[in-house]
Design a protein around this ligand. Structure first.
Ligand code: G6P
Length: 371
């Protein structure tokens, strides 16, 4: 009913709006007197100190949350992190032992491939931490420990609020590892720690500005294909933006690492092709920012229609943006929490304009319990 959907036409639109709460609820209780406390975790600081390698295994959007985590955890903790599609993980003979921490990320906690990856990891004696949105699901039951995301039930098949909550939970894991093991960058980690707690307000701010994105989505509904480019944490955001568009609008969409542009994707650029670019902060990542500005000017010169997601006040990018979508300035590693939101709205609006049911995209299931 309309009431269940909070006055929205689709659950997904309601779930997009619930993201500030999903984040706040996921983070709640984990910040105590300046420390991260992962109480459900059943892993001691000693366990975390023994870890010498981290794998994140997941499928779909949850996999993209793992890619974001790689940037954060490697930087904060100087620990190698590999992110694996759960369906590839156990067939690849990964190198695991008891000092390996495997983080299995799953909204439903029932995804068959992720569950099998957990079983494989435990057979190899790795320690498995589930990041899960569903109480008592199979993946947390079979893991050594669990960190629940508290996004609330997600009805829309394409993940939105659970994805943001997964990113937040992965950051908590990274910060807990940094706290137990020490960090090379105490000032930066302290700032990210402090700002993570206030990210819910930043996401709320993004939501108040998305009317522009809806209108843009309506104008883009006839596009044949859309490319997404990003670098650093903007790269997984680009992948997620493309996945959302495929899932919901049945449109050909690909995400690329912008540095790969000259190794293939630039050949796809033609007159009028929409290209969404996720910009890094001009202050936080000046070098990457400059490289992306140069990428945008190259694709614009070849006729692409550039849709640029950039930090508010980023004037240098404006001349190259046919459409500029501004998001609040936040620490670089936390940026996916704000920059993903306009891409969700864009995909939902394009799908709606094309007349599709955004809650139940064709051929897709909310949780894939068969391999
Ligand atoms: C399906 C859903 C996606 C989700 C993926 C992984 O493909 O449509 O939105 O990201 O499964 O699901 P999980 O429950 O393991 O996070």
């Amino acid at each position: 009913s309309a009431a269940e959907k909070g006055g929205h036409e689709y659950f997904m639109l309601k779930e997009i709006e619930e993201q500030p709460d999903a984040l706040a609820n996921t983070l709640r209780g984990h910040f105590q007197s300046g420390r991260i406390v992962l109480d459900e975790q059943r892993m001691s600081d000693q366990d975390l100190r023994e870890v010498d390698k981290v794998f994140v295994v997941a499928c779909g959007s949850a996999y993209h949350s793992g890619l974001v985590a790689k940037y954060a955890i490697e930087h904060w903790c100087r620990l190698p992190v590999e992110v694996e599609l759960a369906s590839e993980f156990r067939y690849r003979d990964p190198v695991l032992d008891r000092d390996t921490l495997v983080v299995a990320v799953s909204q439903s906690g029932e995804t068959a491939d992720t569950l099998e990856a957990v079983r494989h990891a435990r057979e190899q004696k790795a320690r498995v931490l589930a990041v899960c949105n569903t109480n008592g699901a199979q993946i947390p039951r079979e893991s050594d420990a669990v960190l629940y995301t508290h996004a609330g039930p997600e009805i829309g098949v394409a993940s939105t609020k659970a994805f943001l909550a997964q990113i937040a939970a992965n950051y908590l894991v990274g910060l807990a590892l940094a706290q137990a093991r020490g960090t090379k960058y105490p000032d930066e980690v302290a700032r990210e720690f402090a700002e993570l707690e206030s990210m819910s307000a930043a996401v709320q701010k993004v939501l108040s500005t998305v009317d522009q994105v809806r209108e843009l989505g309506q104008r883009m509904a006839d596009s044949k294909a859309v490319l997404f480019l990003g670098r650093h944490v903007g790269y997984p955001v680009a992948l997620e933006g493309a996945l959302k568009l495929k899932e919901l609008a049945y449109m050909h969409a690909e995400g690329f690492a912008a540095g790969e542009l000259k190794h293939g994707p630039i050949a796809l650029i033609e007159e009028g092709l929409p290209v969404v670019v996720v910009m890094p902060s001009p202050k936080g990542r000046a070098v990457l920012h400059a490289k992306l500005v140069s990428n945008i000017s190259e694709i614009q010169a070849r006729g692409a229609r550039t849709i640029v997601i950039a930090e508010e006040g980023d004037e240098t990018v404006r001349p190259f943006a046919d459409e500029l979508v501004e998001v609040p300035a936040v620490p670089t590693l936390l940026q996916p929490l704000v920059s993903t939101v306009p891409l969700q709205v864009l995909a939902a609006e394009i799908a709606r304009t094309r007349g599709y049911d955004v809650d139940k995209p064709r051929n897709l299931a909310k949780s894939v319990t068969v391999e």
